[in-house]
Design a protein around this ligand. Structure first.
Ligand code: KG4
Ligand code: ZN
Length: 342
């Protein structure tokens, strides 16, 4: 079954072709092609994602990217057996671009269309790496919008073990980077700066490290960074970045291992943009190795938003479900009862 997947939830337009073969465990072999356009350059001058610009750019990019993916895979649109798109969560206008293009294509081709949850895409992306993990496993999901620990028993079987009570880990990286004058998106820039600094020269808090169960809290860290960067001690920004990164990594590592222990599982999967962080990978692999836990990461290019994870998750779902109609929705929230007469 050949599935075309479209991701357009935020600031990346991603299209991929995934060929599902029932019973094949080498999932990666099914990824025939993927094409991606990042809007980062466009949003950078505003210091963050501008939703209307994002939507318009998705419109410009999505069909050329689909043509490119088809050409790279040496397939034609007529060979596609199903379409997957990111249905949410994300920016409403941006999601609508993927949803409407996917549904129109599905209708024209008379093939089934499936809406995929963006985080399910992230969660399953480590299955596209060499030596994929087997269910059940614990997933540490660390993106710009979410920080969650899940128990994953199978496709669509997700139990929340813990999550952030305020900022997501990626959001903390982005906001701290902004405080340090590093621009948007801050995660990779802050990590690069941290590599030249030394953690521990100043001391930042490790929020909820000793408590809070499996929940996280990162919003206090940016305040601590703000104080540190204005303090008379005049810390080098590289040292502040290194200590910030170490603080986040300390908490993520401790809670991820605690989640494995609490669920009696020895397989851990890391997904989402912050999963690209090199320091997190080093520290997590070392700590997990010492306790007999195996950690699986997506390859770096599949940590951040992409079409491959959506095509893959959609293919798994289409392979085990019957087709619906061609109605579609994204989930913007607007309560009709809140309107008042002019
Ligand atoms: O998963 P993702 O691409 O988009 C969302 O669904 O949110 O994650 C983006 C987040 C951003 O906050 C970005 O700063 C962060 O991932 N990020 C990183 C790194 N690469 C991306 N954070 C820390 N270190 C990195 N190397
Ligand atoms: Zn994402």
């Amino acid at each position: 079954m050949l599935v075309l997947g479209i991701e357009s939830s935020c600031d990346e337009t991603g299209v991929a072709l995934y060929e599902h073969v029932t019973g094949r465990r080498d999932y990666r072999a099914g990824l025939l092609a993927q094409a991606l356009h990042s809007q980062i350059g466009m949003h950078a001058e505003y210091g963050g994602v501008v939703p209307e610009l994002a939507s318009r750019d998705h419109i410009r990019r999505v069909l050329p990217l689909a043509r490119q993916a088809l050409a790279d895979a040496a397939r034609t649109l007529g060979q596609v057996d199903g379409i997957a798109f990111t249905q949410g969560p994300g920016l409403a206008g941006a999601l609508l671009v993927g949803a409407s293009v996917a549904t129109a294509l599905g209708f024209a081709l008379r093939v089934p269309v499936v809406g995929v949850h963006h985080l399910e895409g992230h969660l399953l992306s480590p299955l596209l790496a060499d030596d994929p993990p087997d269910f059940p496993f614990v997933a540490l999901l660390v993106s710009g919008g979410h920080t969650q620990l899940m128990r994953v028993s199978g496709l669509g079987e997700y139990a929340l073990l813990g999550e952030t009570m305020d900022d997501a880990a990626g959001e903390a990286f982005d906001k701290t980077a902004q405080l340090l004058g590093l621009g948007y998106p801050g995660g990779p820039a802050l990590a690069a700066l941290a590599a030249g600094g030394e953690p521990g020269r100043l001391r930042l808090p490790r929020p909820l490290l000793g408590g809070g169960g499996l929940d996280f809290s990162f919003s206090g860290l940016k305040t601590a960074v703000s104080l540190a960067s204005r303090s008379e001690a005049a810390h080098a920004t590289a040292d502040i970045a290194a200590e910030f990164q170490e603080a986040v990594v300390d908490v993520l590592v401790a809670k991820a291992l605690a989640a494995c222990a609490a669920s009696d599982l020895d397989t851990l999967v890391v997904a989402g943009g912050v999963g690209a962080n090199q320091r997190l990978r080093e520290r997590l692999s070392a700590a997990a190795g010492a306790t007999g836990i195996r950690v699986h990461y997506p390859e770096a290019a599949l940590c951040t938003d992409n079409g491959a994870m959506i095509a893959f998750a959609g293919a798994l779902r289409l392979a085990s479900s019957s087709a619906g109609d061609y109605g579609f929705s994204v989930r913007p929230r607007w309560d009709l009862e809140s309107l008042t007469a002019p």
